[in-house]
Design a protein around this ligand. Structure first.
Ligand code: HEC
Length: 112
């Protein structure tokens, strides 16, 4: 009985480690993508520059993140202003919808 249990547990541990490393890798890829697409020219993790920080964006939209993720992903592509100050965001037209959604999910996970 114990053997069955411990074998089962070790499968679970392997599965767990696999999921952890997989999602860590996916996160790294999203961050690399965002540096490739020049997001860091105007945004940083924890301090405002030309645009608001990722943490500030995540904190601001935390309560409605499920409803807003697609709208905000659209704003990444089309650009726009009025939410944070006088400077609008330029359109980032070389970002696909799928990429914008990945980025937006990553950003919304950065709430401090
Ligand atoms: C040229 C500067 C610039 C670049 C490049 C840029 N942004 Fe922005 N971003 C801004 C500014 C300015 C704002 C604030 C706009 C506003 O007030 O609504 C902003 C706002 C945002 C927001 C918050 C939108 C909201 O309404 O809360 C997100 C999310 C975002 N940017 C993601 C990105 C991503 C992802 C990239 C890279 C593909 C990127 N930005 C590239 C300047 C930039």
């Amino acid at each position: 009985m114990f053997n069955v249990f411990s074998r089962y547990a070790s499968y679970l541990i392997v599965l767990y480690l696999f999921i952890i490393s997989f999602s860590a890798r996916a996160q790294e890829q999203t961050e690399t993508l965002m540096s490739d697409k020049m997001c860091y020219a105007c945004h940083q993790l924890d301090s405002a520059s030309i645009g608001p920080s990722w943490q500030a964006i995540a904190a601001r939209h935390a309560k409605r993140k499920d409803q807003l993720v697609e709208v905000l992903a659209g704003k990444i592509i089309r650009g726009g202003g009025g939410n944070w100050g006088l400077v609008p965001m330029v359109p980032n037209q070389r970002v696909s919808e799928e990429q914008a959604l990945l980025m937006m999910q990553w950003i919304l996970d950065q709430a401090p």
